[in-house]
Structures are given as structure tokens and as C-alpha cells.
Design a protein around this ligand. Structure first.
Ligand code: MRU
Length: 366
């Protein structure tokens, strides 16, 4: 299966080079992270975003942290740093699972005796392996999705939300990876990309990836999906995930939940594409997923969009009365009952039940 050439995360000479997603599509510039703090900044400030990409950046952040030390950190010191990393963004479980896996492999039990030199080597291998595994998992889940659309070639009209492409992962993508692979399999696609208010990941990033790939697409505002499903034949909605609870309830970008309700109303299949690294078997259902609340000014203005010098693109980008309060939950939770299937690297989970999820995933990382 063909992968996209887009590489948002590069590891060169023990430095992390990140495509700065805050300034896309206006400019293509890179930020070099030379410290763990740089990596935390990059995650918190959305230089890099998307659940898998956040976790991979965090893993390289650990390697960078260890490389900078002249003696091994005390367990308490190391834990403090990992906690700071963990708190950079709370909803996607990938970052937490990565940190816990790192701890269980390298800092707990008999591995806690590793020398600094060995720990450094292991941390770099761990991060590089994550990068490679994520890409392979995305290619595998995309391949599995082909069984859902067996009649090839056919015309498929698809809706997607947020950005789940190469930019959000090690490459290829989850939901957008599925879309790429359907095109590669010979389907004729029309993609409707939700703009994804307020941060506009759909308008700025998904639209950019679709254009680069030459996949026919229309950008729509989030509120147009109902009209679209009512007036045209839509074959499926495909979205990503930031955290999937044991029962299949799924947190994803704000606006996913209403999209799933509209899809259910119109009988349009609603698929989530995600890897095992977004599964959280420790929580029974979606009510336990922490929802990140972001700054109100992302809702009241477009001035969060900055150029490479940190200047707002639009000084006049304020779209509400000065001083207006706004709510800005960054994610919502779609109940499992609204999800037709979860497309994973290990197969399709459908119907979405705890039993079926456990059959496919077992209990990774626990
Ligand atoms: O706030 P973001 O841009 O990090 O949110 C991203 C999403 O919600 C994606 O849909 C999700 O992380 C899956 S990316 C493969």
C-alpha cells in the first residue's frame, strides 16, 4: 500500500524537526525541538497535533531529555519531567500509554538499573520504533478498510472531520489514510471535509493534504453536514479518535458527536479509524474521558492563526464583541451506539461492543 510522502516528524542528528502546523497552509516552516521543554511547548501550542503525532513527539522528547543529561536522573526527577509531558494535552490517551509503556519497560523493576548511556539508546530506539510502527499500523488499518467498500471501482462520497492524515500521525494517517487507500484501490472519491471550528484543522490541514494528493474534495462548514446528508448520497463518514473507552465510546475533535447523530438519522455508516494506541481499557465508558478546554479566543477570533514570526494573520480577525466569554471544549464523546464500526490495524470492530473490542485488542499496555 502506498504511503504519503508528507513527513511532519523528522529525527535528524538527535534533534526533532517538526512541521509547524500552526502556520499551515500559509507557510511551510519547521521548528527544531532541542529540549524536552521545546517538545512540551510544541504539543501544547499545537505545532504538532493529532493523537499519534503527539505521543511520538513526546517519545522523542524523552530521548532528547536523556541526551542532555550528564548523570542519570533520580526516579523522582524523571517522574516529574514525565508528568509535565503528560499534562501538555490531556484528552488523547496515546501520550499517556506511551509514557506508561516507557516506564514499565525502562524505569521500573530490573530495568531501573540501566546506565544513562543504555537508557539513552533505549529511549531513541523506542521513539524511532513508535514512528515506524505508527506508519505501519496506519497502512494496515487502511488496507483493512477496503473490505467495507468491496465494489471497486465505484464512486464514493465521504465526509471527514478534523485532520487525521499524515500531519496527525507518523505518515499516511488514520481516517484520511483510509481515504488515501480507497483512492489508491481505484475508487472515485469525493471528499467533504468539515472545516472543524474553532481551530480549523479541516480547512487548514485536511484541505491542504487533500489538495496535495489531488483527491477531489469540497470544504464545508461543520453545520453543512446535515444538509449534505439530506440532499446527496453520502456513503460514509470516517473520523479518527483520541481515546476509545472499553465500551467503544470515542473521544474525537469537537463536532464529531453531532456529526454521528446526523449520520445515524440519515442511515449513513459512521466509521472511526484508529489504532490500538488510542484504546483505553481502564475506563469503562466515555464519561471518564477528560476533555481539554482551550482558550476562549480560539472561538471569538481567528487571531490564533499566526505567521512564522508569531504575528496574527488577521489583526481584524475578531468575530465577537470584545470581552465576550466563550466555551472551547476541544473534544466531544460519541457514544458507541452511534458508531457503525471501528477500523483498526487488527481488523474491523463491528458492532462496537466491549466484547468485540477485547477480542481484537486484548488489553494492550495494561
Ligand atoms: O486537537 P487536535 O488537532 O490534536 O485533534 C485531533 C483529532 O481530534 C484527531 O481526529 C485525532 O487525534 C486522531 S488523529 C489520527
Amino acid at each position: 500500500m502506498q504511503e504519503s510522502g508528507l513527513k511532519p516528524i523528522l529525527w535528524k542528528e538527535k534533534k526533532l524537526i517538526l512541521l509547524d502546523q500552526r502556520v499551515l497552509p500559509g507557510s511551510t516552516s519547521y521548528l527544531t525541538a532541542e529540549t524536552l521543554e521545546d517538545c512540551i511547548f510544541a504539543i501544547r501550542e499545537m505545532v504538532v497535533r493529532g493523537a499519534p503525532a503527539i505521543a511520538i513527539t513526546g517519545a522523542f522528547g524523552i530521548a532528547i531529555y536523556l541526551n542532555a543529561l550528564s548523570s542519570k536522573p533520580s526516579p523522582a526527577e524523571f517522574k516529574k519531567k514525565l508528568t509535565e509531558l503528560l499534562e501538555s494535552r490531556p484528552t488523547a490517551v496515546n501520550l499517556r500509554l506511551m509514557i506508561e509503556e516507557f516506564q514499565s519497560r525502562f524505569t521500573e523493576n530490573e530495568n531501573s538499573t540501566l546506565s544513562l548511556e543504555d537508557l539513552r539508546k533505549q529511549a531513541e530506539i523506542f521513539a524511532l520504533t513508535m514512528l515506524e510502527t505508527d506508519l505501519n499500523d496506519n497502512l494496515a488499518l487502511s488496507k483493512n478498510s477496503l473490505s467495507l467498500f468491496p465494489k471497486s471501482p465505484s464512486q464514493l462520497n465521504l465526509i471527514t472531520h478534523c485532520n487525521t492524515g499524515a500531519l496527525a500521525t507518523a505518515g499516511h494517517g488514520t481516517a484520511l489514510g483510509v481515504i488515501r487507500s480507497l483512492r489508491d484501490a481505484g475508487h472515485f472519491l469525493t471528499v467533504f471535509a468539515d472545516e472543524t471550528r474553532p481551530y480549523l484543522q479541516g480547512a487548514r490541514l485536511t484541505a491542504w493534504e487533500l489538495k496535495e494528493e489531488g483527491i477531489p474534495a469540497f470544504l464545508i462548514t461543520d453545520s453543512m453536514a446535515g444538509w449534505l446528508m439530506g440532499s446527496r448520497k453520502i456513503d460514509a463518514v470516517i473520523v479518527g479518535a483520541d481515546r476509545i473507552a472499553s465500551n467503544g465510546d470515542t473521544a474525537n475533535k469537537i463536532g464529531t458527536y453531532p456529526l454521528a447523530i446526523v449520520a445515524k438519522h440519515h442511515g449513513v455508516p459512521f466509521y472511526v479509524a484508529a489504532t490500538a494506541k488510542s484504546m483505553d481499557f481502564r475506563i469503562p465508558d466515555g464519561s471518564h474521558i477528560p476533555i481539554e478546554m482551550r482558550k476562549p479566543d480560539e472561538v471569538t477570533s481567528f487571531s490564533f492563526l499566526k505567521d512564522e514570526n508569531g504575528k496574527p494573520f488577521l489583526n481584524e480577525g475578531v468575530i465577537a464583541p470584545i470581552g465576550m466569554d466563550a466555551l472551547n471544549p476541544s473534544f466531544d464523546v460519541t457514544p458507541a451506539s452511534l458508531i457503525t464500526g471501528i477500523i483498526t490495524e487488527r481488523g474491523i470492530v463491528s458492532p462496537v461492543t466491549e466484547e468485540n473490542l477485547k477480542k481484537i485488542f486484548g488489553q494492550p499496555f495494561v
